[in-house]
Design a protein around this ligand. Sequence first.
Ligand code: AMP
Length: 113
Amino acid sequence: MTTLFEKIIAREIPADIVYEDDQVIAFNDIEPQAPVHVLVVPKKPIATLNDLTDEDAALLGRLPITAAQIAKQLGIAEEGYRVLMNCGDNAGQTVYHIHMHLLGGRPLLLPLA
Ligand code: AMP
């Protein structure tokens, strides 16, 4: 089944895209949990972290590298930010196409809810 993020990549539904290259796209989260909340998404549709293979190592590495570049562009790199990936129901994953959340612009203290 085509995921929501594949539809964004294909421009079938709109998104506020902040970065794109041949492997990765990044756009603002529609329900931001912080002043900066960007989703960094590989264009390859991989459902969850459990579905990764060694073949995906380089692609996965692009996600934090891209997140850090975006954090610098948005001026939050020095003050700090959080990146996270949810896997499965207990983590609250809602879109089954792996993605990295980039959150920042305010203190993000633990514990998580
Ligand atoms: P997760 O819960 O880790 O699967 O994250 C999915 C994220 O996608 C959530 O933070 C949603 O707010 C976000 N989201 C859902 N639909 C859209 C959309 N159309 N555009 C941007 N972000 C979206």
